[in-house]
Design a protein around this ligand. Structure first.
Ligand code: HEM
Length: 136
């Protein structure tokens, strides 16, 4: 019961994290499409959302390791889906970090590209989540 509750609570955070990375990245893309610049604070929020998503994702594995003394037994399509999700988090966090560092000097087309990238990676991770769920 205790472990199941932990999984469920982590899943709640992870699901809302997914909502945040998809929603905020999409909003940033919309702002960039209108040739405005999403603020640095906004980019920082999206970076934190990406990092939180990686952290809650890893916490699933940690809970399994703590209760079963082994990592989740996944392979094949589920493993590929997990690797895609980890790559999306690295890519999304990298894009937002570069936005924080150099975004102020970017052209509007560069801004559009970066925010489209974050949105695309968030959607890709969401798609991979379905495969991880049903092939593991
Ligand atoms: C380091 C990155 C990530 C790791 C390690 C990770 C890991 C996990 C794990 C272990 C689950 C439970 C799978 C199951 O129910 O069998 C899960 C579920 C889920 N993840 Fe992630 N995740 C990561 C990133 C993301 C990202 C970036 C998103 C979305 C933008 C996302 C969205 C979801 C969703 C929606 C579920 C629920 C799927 C369902 O039950 O139908 N994850 N994730």
């Amino acid at each position: 019961m205790g472990t199941l509750l932990e999984y469920a609570l982590i899943q709640v955070l992870h699901n809302f994290g997914a909502l945040l990375v998809v929603g905020l990245s999409g909003y940033g893309f919309r702002v960039a499409l209108l040739r405005h610049s999403p603020s640095q604070t906004f980019a920082l929020f999206v970076l934190l959302a990406w990092l939180a998503q990686g952290l809650t994702g890893a916490t699933f594995g940690w809970v399994t390791y703590r209760s079963d003394h082994r990592l989740p037994d996944i392979h094949g399509i589920a493993m590929i889906a997990l690797m895609i999700k980890v790559s999306c988090v690295c890519g999304g966090a990298g894009l937002m970090t570069s936005c924080l560092g150099w975004g102020g000097a970017w052209s509007s087309s560069r801004r559009m590209l970066v925010w489209a990238g974050s949105t695309g990676l968030a959607c890709l991770a969401l798609t991979a989540a379905a495969f991880l769920r049903w092939f593991s």
